[in-house]
Write a protein that binds this ligand. Structure first.
Ligand SMILES: [Zn+2]
Length: 77
C-alpha cells in the first residue's frame, strides 16, 4: 500500500471527494459531520474490491474453490 487513497462519499448529499491519505479523509468526514450532521463514509479507492475479496481469502465462505492462492492473506491461517 504505497499509494493510499480514500474517497469520502456521503449518502445524504452529493459529497464525493478523494484524498491522498486516510487521515485527510477521516478529517473530512469529521468536518462534514460537524457542518452538516451527515454520516459520510470513506472507501479505499482501489482497495475497495480487495477488502471484500480479502473476506473470501480469509475463509469466510469456507470453500476451497473460493480461496485465492495469490492473496497475501491466504497464508494467514
Ligand atoms: Zn453529506
Amino acid at each position: 500500500m504505497t499509494d493510499p487513497r480514500a474517497t469520502v462519499v456521503c449518502a445524504e448529499c452529493a459529497l464525493e471527494e478523494t484524498f491522498a491519505t486516510l487521515g485527510a479523509a477521516r478529517t473530512a468526514i469529521e468536518i462534514h459531520r460537524t457542518e452538516t450532521g451527515h454520516d459520510a463514509a470513506w472507501e479505499l479507492g482501489r482497495l475497495a474490491s480487495g477488502v471484500e475479496r480479502a473476506g473470501d481469502d480469509a475463509g469466510v465462505c469456507g470453500r476451497e474453490a473460493c480461496a485465492n492462492p495469490d492473496s497475501p492473506l491466504a497464508s494467514r491461517e
